[in-house]
Design a protein around this ligand. Structure first.
Ligand code: ANZ
Length: 923
């Protein structure tokens, strides 16, 4: 074979890798390990477009490089296979989602294999496999059987908590639990019936059922997590979402809030992602205090981060959903309050938080008493106060808080100055730093630093409040009213949830007749016939959310077939955690937070050895689509070329990028593309129809999707791999442009050519290399190694190109140069590298050939080309080795033919040599 026939070569090596299990990772090894992981995809019906493989190519380069550096590399791929689209499709067609999922996965695997990724396919996992979700259910059970001990700061068995209750009640228990757990003694506990005990324990368990205000999406018929709702509508489908109180499974992630924050300091992740997690967790240090009410024994508890502003409180505000609203509202105000509550209900929480402009609210008719100065302040409800945050009530200080100020202005409420250095609201922080308090009994004349401890002490002495840390993050809703997810391994007896036996796992999804809620509004699992534990007790009917299976999957890859444990202890102690994780930034507060949470939980149980699952994270930038447009002249079937369109009244229409080349439209293909264009007419410029261009998201509806399979067929996988890297830094967003691919393909042909003579025969010489050849090679080795170590892949591609240009100029065909260069190129273009490696006489795969070391000696410049000036005029250039003695240079200069011509037989009066700069002759 003399030509670079990429299709043949690529198919051949893909087959070879599969047959020889070239990329099989050893479960345990004496070699050091390297775990490189991609975020596993949801197998959608549309298959992969060119944007998807970007991250996979990068992680594959690193994996191949690490193998050649002597690591035992784990580089797996699998599928996040439960999810909404397959279920929506099932609803429409009646086809079981498992079938669609299976088909989509098959397509994905094929597409991925076409790109030559070095995945260890033996380790593939699918979250929808009963053999996999058995362990998702198992982890759920461990969470149910645990509580969070805030003294030891970790999860512990619930049995230990029960033992404490039996001995001493819960008075001294320090644990993450619901706010409203009653105090009880040992005797009281023992007197409780099983039902009551179970209810109490649910208030401590790390997963529990509770009434919660949730995001309910009527169109999707399910509850959604906060991160699945964007701008008040569902992320998938864009359907309206409303707030609703429902009984749900919850995950007590708030118990881990502090550790989730601290852990961020240990990991090498992009700063913006860490910042998003910090904001999501939202720690704020403040105080909680109670206000008594006039004419009522109810108390309003508020959370404030600014207790120092207590003398500026001019009203209180409750969230419209606050439980005291009905109780304290006076008869005169009832209508107004009820009307307002009804309106507020339909605004999502995020919307309410984001909206600072709309001022609305209603007066309850009630008054509260400020315990510090006895002031009587009105109580309002307003939706800028959120029910689920803090206590759902605030003390409003118009002189300290912008929204309180807006509200006060709107309802004509007093604004009380509290600092002598009072400024406008925006500069309140400065005022607090500089000012001293006025108008107060307790803290007159004090600074902020002096005042705060005095105020906290006042609260504590009176028993009406204390310092408190709050987190914006809530416990995560864990139920979905859907079919295509993991069944929750729970059944109910007298309304109390009980776990299955471990030996009864997996609890498999039952067959149902339609993937819809039942007539009575129960989730789809309610349709399963006789689906009861031991034929008697109803199972939980909701399933787990999408993030359950992805919150621990990296452990399953370590030991995918283990039936005794989710991962073997020895194996997990070898692989430990993920060294490199590549995926999209859209998972910043979903997957990446939940995974860290489950990881910390498994760590507490002693089941995994590391606190954090993903040491290094890279977010690959999105590849955007490059859309093409045609311009239809108004009310006609005539299309005008881009350059002439301004002379007409036109409508721009997306056109399929696959019938456009270099922005020139293929007219015949266009006529065939759609029946309505069959008789289209064109107004051309220079005989061509030039299309308009815009950079947009790559999507079907914009006809700008480029399919990697087509490109692989046209130019090969190695070309596509290198081209995607060549597009720019991995993290950057960048538009796709197929045109540039030819250049990379040409580069690979030139590389191939180095190994062949003009007749196309393989011809590599055994001659010793020249310094110039060695320099070119070693420069490349060094640069590529450094590039991969810092995840800069685009720069390596240009380095390869420069190197191949240099070697082509030097007419290099020497084994000593080409052989190591092939090993260096292999991570990027593995197929061509394997083929040439074989031609070089090797019988083993190049995948385990040692990455060559570069030698600094070949890199140093060892000669310098001196410009020679004679009487101030540049006359010649002469090369000297760097260590040439001055006398020798002098002699050689004078003897030089070119110089001699200008000397005209005279002896120079002076020769000045400036080392590595210039030689000056004065004649
Ligand atoms: C009085 C005060 C005076 C406040 C002042 C601020 C400035 P972060 O930092 O986000 O925790 N707040 C408390 N609970 C709330 C709720 N459920 N919905 C809306 N706002 C709430 O903010 C805490 C501050 O936000 C609290 O401190 C409270 O207003 C308000 F000059 O109390 B502050």
């Amino acid at each position: 074979m003399s030509e670079y026939s990429f299709s043949q070569i690529e198919k051949k090596w893909q087959r070879y890798w599969e047959q020889n299990q070239t990329f099989k990772a050893k479960a345990l090894d004496s070699k050091p390990k390297y775990y490189s992981l991609d975020m596993f995809p949801y197998p959608s019906g549309a298959g992969l477009h060119v944007g998807h493989p970007l991250g996979y190519i990068a992680s594959d380069i690193v994996s191949r490089y690490k193998r050649s550096k002597g690591y035992n590399v784990l580089h797996p791929m699998g599928f996040d296979a439960f999810g909404l689209p397959a279920e929506q499709y099932a609803i429409q067609t009646g086809q079981h989602p498992a079938i669609t999922t299976e088909q989509n996965i098959k397509r994905y695997v094929e597409q991925l294999k076409n790109l030559g990724f070095s995945f260890d396919w033996e380790r593939e996992v699918r979250t929808s496999d009963p053999g996999y979700y058995k362990w998702t259910q198992w982890i759920f059970m461990q969470l149910f059987n645990s509580y969070y001990n805030t003294t030891t700061d970790k999860a512990e068995p619930i049995s230990r908590l029960i033992a404490t209750f039996e001995k001493e009640g819960n008075g001294a228990v320090k644990a993450a639990c619901d706010e409203d757990v009653p105090f009880f003694t040992a005797e009281e506990w023992q007197d409780m019936n099983e039902h009551r005990k179970a209810e109490i324990l649910l208030q401590y368990r790390l997963t529990y059922v509770a009434e919660a205000i949730v995001n309910w999406c009527p169109q999707l018929g399910t509850v959604l997590a906060n991160d699945e709702v964007k701008d008040g509508v569902s992320e998938r489908g864009g359907y309206p979402v409303e707030r609703k109180r429902m009984r749900q499974w919850m995950m007590r992630i708030t118990a881990y809030a502090d550790r989730l924050l601290q852990g961020l300091e240990e990991i090498d992740w992009p700063e913006p992602i860490k910042e998003m997690q910090r904001n999501w967790i939202g720690m704020s240090v403040g105080a909680e205090m109670e206000f008594a009410l006039e004419n009522s024994d109810a108390k309003i508890k508020v959370f404030t981060t600014r207790l120092d502003t207590i003398y500026g409180v001019s009203f209180l505000v409750l969230a419209p959903e606050h439980e005291l609203v009905n109780k304290i509202t006076t008869q005169e105000q009832a209508f107004e309050v009820e009307t307002y509550v009804a309106v507020a209900k339909n605004r999502s929480e995020r919307e309410r938080m984001a909206d600072v402009k709309t001022i609305s609210g209603a007066f309850t008719g009630a008054y509260a008493i400020n315990p510090f100065d006895g002031a009587r302040v009105p109580v309002f409800i307003a939706d800028y106060v959120l029910a689920g945050y803090g206590t759902g009530a605030v003390m409003a200080v118009p002189s300290g808080d912008q929204r309180d100020w807006n509200f006060a202005k709107h309802f004509d409420l007093p604004i009380i100055q509290i600092l002598d250095a009072q400024k406008d609201i925006e500069h309140q922080a400065d005022a607090t730093k500089e000012g001293r308090y006025i108008n107060s009994d307790l803290i007159n004349g004090m600074t902020y630093q002096e005042a705060l401890p005095v105020l906290v002490k006042f609260l504590e002495d009176k028993g009406i409040g204390k310092g408190k840390i709050n987190y914006r993050m809530r416990d995560a809703v864990f139920s979905r009213q859907r079919y295509w997810g993991e069944p929750v391994p729970v059944y109910f007896k007298d309304g109390i949830p009980h776990l299955l036996q471990e030996s009864e796992l997996p609890l498999e999804l039952p067959k149902i007749d339609a993937y819809l809620p039942t007539e009575t509004g129960e989730p789809p699992l309610g349709r399963a016939v006789d689906w009861k534990y031991q034929g008697e007790h109803p199972y939980e009917l909701s399933t787990m959310p999408g993030w359950a299976g992805s919150s621990w999957y990296w452990y399953r890859y370590m030991d995918p077939k283990n039936e005794q444990a989710f991962v073997d202890q020895e194996v997990v102690n070898y692989w430990r955690s993920v060294d490199l994780y590549i995926g999209g930034s859209e998972h910043a507060t979903g997957h990446l937070l939940y995974s860290r949470f489950w990881n910390k939980f498994l760590f507490d149980l002693g089941l995994v050895p590391e606190h954090e699952p993903f040491k290094k994270l890279i977010n690959q930038g999105m590849i955007q689509g490059r859309s093409n447009f045609v311009y239809r002249v108004k009310d006609s079937n005539t299309f005008v070329s881009h350059g002439l369109k301004d002379q007409y009244e036109t409508t721009a229409l997306h056109v399929d990028v696959n019938i456009v080349e270099n922005d020139v439209l293929d007219l015949e293909a266009f006529k065939k593309w759609r029946a309505e264009y069959a008789n289209a007419e064109f107004i051309l410029e220079n005989g061509k129809y030039v299309c308009g261009v815009e950079i947009e998201k790559m999507s079907k509806s914009k006809y700008n999707v480029v399919n990697p399979d087509d490109l692989v067929e046209r130019l090969g996988a190695d070309t596509l791999r290198m081209y995607e890297m060549f597009l720019g830094p991995l993290e950057q967003f960048k538009p796709w442009n197929t045109n540039g691919m030819d250049g990379v393909n040409k580069f690979l042909r030139r590389f191939w050519k180095l190994f062949h003579d003009n007749a196309g025969n393989f011809a590599v010489s055994e001659e010793a290399p020249s310094p110039a050849e060695l320099k070119s090679l070693h420069k490349t080795i060094k640069k590529v190694e450094e590039d991969i170590e810092r995840f800069s892949f685009n720069t390596s591609v240009s380095t390869f190109m420069i190197c191949v240009n240099e070697l082509t100029q030097l007419k290099t065909n020497k084994r000593t140069i080409l052989e190591p260069l092939t090993v260096v190129l292999a991570p990027y273009a593995p197929h061509i590298a394997e083929e040439l490696w074989e031609k070089l006489g090797h019988s083993d795969s190049i995948s385990y050939a040692s990455f060559p070391a570069w030698d600094e000696n070949y890199l140093v410049e060892n000669t310098f080309e001196y410009p020679v000036s004679i009487n101030g005029k540049m006359r010649a250039k002469i090369n000297f080795a760097l260590d040439t003695p001055k006398e020798e240079i002098e002699k050689a200069v004078v003897a030089d033919e070119q110089v001699a011509k200008f000397l005209e037989g005279k002896t120079p009066k002076k020769i000045i040599i400036v080392p590595n700069k210039i030689i000056n002759l004065v004649v």
